[in-house]
Each structure stands twice: as C-alpha cells, then as structure tokens.
Unconditional design. Structure first.
Length: 178
C-alpha cells in the first residue's frame, strides 16, 4: 500500500467515523450536509436462499438474496426522500421515534474497493447499530456499500446500500439511518 493509499484510507475511515458520530448525536441537519445531491440511499430486502438451491458456491454472492421475491426495498430514497424522512423525525410527530431512540453505531472493516477516474471511491464497511428506546434494545448488523465523492477537504456520500444481516427484522421500524 502506497503512502497516498494509506492517507486516503485514513481519510475515508475518519469521515465514516465522524458521520456515525453525527447520526448518534441526532445531528441530522449536519448529516444532510454530508450528502451529495445525487444521493441514492437504499436498504434492500433480503431472503436467504436454501443451500440446496445453490448449484455452485464458487459463484455465490449475496446479491442473489437481495430483493429476491418482489424487488421491493425496505428503504429506497433520494435526497428529497431523506429530507422528508428526517423532517418527520424532527417534528416530534413521528410515533416511531417518540421518545427518540438512543443509538450507537460502530463502523469497522473499512475497505476501499475502487477509486474511479472521476475520483469517486467505492467503500465497504461493517456496521453494528444498537438502538435503545424505552426498555427495548435492538441490534442491527450489516454491510454498507458506499460511494464517496471528494469534496473540499472531505467527501460527500453519493450512494449507500445497506445489506442487513436479517431476513426478518426484529425491530418495530427502520426509523434510524445507517
């Protein structure tokens, strides 16, 4: 790994960690400032495929489990959709977050997958999101597939796909952002 690649890796990790801190602090207004106007934020549904249906494990990928039945994502938002989602959280009228959840995001296994000629960086990371509300505690784990575009001294998020490790969600809702 070259010195330039190490600095890029550290800069991306720091950006992801600071983003998680903003979300944990419910600073959605500042988080929106990290998004590119072309943002595509998606959480596909997932259906595990029975092993007997897998003919060749050498070509297996998790994509076969995503949106397998009907192509309906759990969340599929653009920038306007994310503004509406956050607007509901901030009105005090969103029943799913009354009282607001306490959350902690742990971001790990950050890997830079590709740097495109236009400077966009493809990144994968693992996330553990702990959500506590009243006496209920729920944990989400998954993989985030992000595309970051350089902007000033940092980045803007232009794409996020969250692959949850659950086919059936135990949480009552998906009101938090990953």
């Amino acid at each position: 790994m070259s010195e330039r690649e190490i600095f890029r890796q550290l800069a991306v990790q720091r950006w992801l960690f600071e983003e998680a801190a903003l979300l944990d602090a419910r600073r959605y207004d500042l988080w929106l400032g990290l998004l590119d106007e072309s943002i595509h934020y998606r959480i596909p549904s997932r259906s595990p495929m029975p092993q007997q249906d897998v003919k060749d494990f050498s070509t297996w990928s998790v994509e076969r489990e995503l949106d397998a039945h009907d192509g309906v994502s759990l969340i599929d938002d653009d920038l306007a959709g994310l503004h509406r989602r956050i607007g509901r959280l901030q009105t005090g009228m969103g029943w799913a977050e009354m009282p607001p959840s306490m959350s902690r995001r742990l971001v790990a296994n950050v890997l830079l997958r590709d740097v495109a000629p236009d400077g966009k960086i493809s990144v994968t990371s693992s996330i553990l999101l702990a959500k506590t509300r009243s006496e209920e505690r729920v944990f989400f784990t998954g993989e985030r597939r992000d595309r970051l575009v350089p902007a000033g001294d940092g980045f803007r998020l232009c794409e996020r796909c969250v692959i949850l490790d659950d086919a059936v969600l135990v949480a009552e809702n998906l009101s938090l952002l990953f």
